[in-house]
Design a binder for this molecule. Sequence first.
Ligand SMILES: O=P(O)(O)OC[C@H]1O[C@H](O)[C@H](O)[C@@H](O)[C@@H]1O
Length: 103
Amino acid sequence: MDELRKARHSSFGTSVVSAIRDYAKGERYDIKSGSVEKLTLPESDVLYYEMEDGSWFCVRPSGTEPKIKIYYGVTGTGLHNAQGKLDTLRENVLTVVKKFLYE
Ligand SMILES: O=P(O)(O)OC[C@H]1O[C@H](O)[C@H](O)[C@@H](O)[C@@H]1O
C-alpha cells in the first residue's frame, strides 16, 4: 500500500487516472491541476482512483487475511460494453499492482 501510495500513478497502462483519494491522509489529489482537497470520511488505509472515463477502482488491505482487495466500478452502454471496460481496467491495474507485490 505504501509503495502504491507513494507512486501516485497517473495511469495504469491505457487506463488514465484523473484523481487519487487517499483516505489514510484524508486527501484527494487531482492529477492534472495538482490541487489537493480534504476528504471528510474517517481515516482508513484505502486508495480510491477516479479514472478519466468515469470508472473507478479502490485498493485496501484485508483486515482478516494477508491480501490486498481491489474493487472496481465501471459504467457502459450495456452489459457487454461494461464487461469489456471492466476487463480492460482490471488487467491494466493488476499488471501494475502485481509488479509491486512480486518484484
Ligand atoms: O475484507 P476483510 O477486511 O478481509 O473482511 C472480510 C469480512 O470480515 C469479517 O467477516 C467482517 O465481519 C466482514 O464484514 C468482512 O467483510
